[in-house]
Design a protein around this ligand. Structure first.
Ligand code: TYM
Length: 332
């Protein structure tokens, strides 16, 4: 039997999952479970590069697992786990630090952004974050890494690190491809269409979370920043707010931009914003309901992540053993 291709991705539990995390990433994970061998995790090691409240981090990590399952990731078909439960991530992360260059790490957009936002806490972890992310990925030898646009640079650096390592030691790592959706790879804040919708900054008044109530979602969409042109037309250069809403509507309903333009021709923005809000309410309703049910069942969530870590560890250990041997560490 031909071996299945491998897909892997992760999300930091640094805030509540947003519509952006869903449309840019999770939505594209769930359809692949039969075709691929899939690994998805909660990147808690990454979350602490920015100061977290420990109780919130613990709660959000399990809630994120519940939300993964509620989004359609069946734990029987997908390996779902918590990053810190598989210690090989931190270990390979260290090794890969020694193969990632200072200049490369300094050029990462996320490092520059986060350093600007957390000027009082520009820690070493924030800087070496991409080596840990490379370890997360390379441990499982995936073919594809499904992420939103903002993580593409990190996946590209992972490829560079893998190629560098392979060049020195032979074919140790599979060099993965980023898998970026054509529509929805960069959902913008409803309050500021110039900025990405972000889960980590709880102060973004334009973020929709997976657990938001219908009335809150409708309020956010009604207040969404647009322009004064009153024409529903896709033009991401000049009409950022409307183009963002069209992208969201397209993802939620499956309609093309041309169909959306026809549907709302001659109508003001009011009815369009209401329609987008309603489509998102319906998209998220089953997810919120199922996640709420699962969050109440901590024992089940613990079982899922324990079983997931066991499966993940088996593969991670194999890769790490090979790496340790190649670089010259003495076997235990
Ligand atoms: P994170 O936690 O910031 O985001 C998780 C995933 O959601 C996507 N995303 C978005 N897509 C579209 N529009 C948005 N507004 C939006 N916001 C977030 C992100 O692109 C990402 O795919 N470093 C990663 C986590 C990580 C990881 C990994 C990912 C750690 N190790 C290994 C893949 C493989 C991060 O911070 O993503």
């Amino acid at each position: 039997m031909e071996e299945k291709k491998v897909m892997l991705s992760g999300i930091k539990p640094s805030g509540d999952l947003t519509l952006g995390s869903y449309l840019g990433a999770i939505k594209h994970w769930k359809e692949r479970a039969d075709e691929f061998d899939c690994y998805y995790f909660m990147a808690d090691l990454h979350a602490i590069t920015v100061r977290q409240n420990p109780a919130d981090l613990r709660r959000r990590t399990l809630e994120q697992l519940a939300q993964y399952i509620a989004c359609g990731l069946d734990p029987e078909k997908n390996t779902l786990f918590i990053q810190s439960h598989v210690h090989e991530h931190a270990e390979l992360g260290w090794v890969l630090n020694c193969y990632a260059m200072f200049g490369e790490l300094s050029r990462m957009t996320q490092f520059k952004d986060k350093s600007a936002k957390n000027a009082d806490n520009i820690n070493g972890g924030l800087f070496t974050y991409p080596s840990l992310m490379a370890a997360d990925i390379l441990l499982y030898q995936p073919d594809y890494v499904p992420v939103g646009e903002d993580q593409k640079q990190h996946v590209e650096l992972t490829r560079d690190i893998a190629n560098r390592f392979n060049h020195i030691y032979g074919d140790v790592f599979k060099v993965p491809e980023p898998y970026i959706p054509k529509v929805g790879a960069r959902i913008m804040s409803l309050a500021n269409p110039e900025a990405k919708m972000s889960k980590s900054e709880n102060d973004d008044p334009g973020r929709v979370t997976l657990m938001d109530k219908p009335e809150d979602i409708m309020r956010l969409f009604k207040r969404a920043i647009t322009d004064c042109d009153a024409c529903v037309r896709y033009d991401p250069e000049n009409k950022k707010g409307i183009s963002n809403l069209m992208t969201i509507y397209s993802c939620a309903t499956g309609r093309t931009f041309a169909q959306i333009e026809t549907e709302f021709a001659g109508q003001g923005y009011g009815s369009f914003k209401t329609a987008v809000g309603e489509s998102v309410v319906e998209l998220l309703r089953p997810i919120r309901e199922e996640a709420t049910r699962l969050i109440a069942d901590k024992a089940y969530l613990q079982d899922v992540c324990r079983a997931g870590a066991q499966k993940a560890e088996y593969i991670a250990q194999k890769t790490l053993r090979k790496v340790y041997k190649k670089v010259g560490f003495v076997a235990k």
